[in-house]
Design a protein around this ligand. Structure first.
Ligand code: FES
Length: 78
């Protein structure tokens, strides 16, 4: 089950080592690419991901990626 398309471009985020992030899987969050609680009442749950190093990551916002929570280029074929 994949969420709705929030946007067809990934969201770059400078993540911090040791910090956890909650990626929105449903596509309804207004705070893309992360969960804002809008999934409540649906079957979706956010995906927790913890950074092992501080670096720039491109999070998927189309929600159709096969490499959750990151962009794998799937938005190019939507
Ligand atoms: Fe989408 Fe929480 S708002 S998973």
């Amino acid at each position: 089950m994949k969420g709705q398309i929030a946007q067809k471009t990934p969201v770059p985020v400078e993540v911090e080592a040791g910090k956890s992030y909650f990626w929105c899987t449903c596509g309804k969050s207004a705070k893309q690419p992360f969960c804002d609680g809008s999934h409540q009442g649906s079957a979706f749950q956010p995906m927790k991901w913890t950074a092992v190093e501080t670096c720039l990551k491109f999070f998927c916002a189309c929600k159709q990626t096969a490499g959750q929570p990151f962009c794998d280029g799937t938005h190019n074929s939507l």
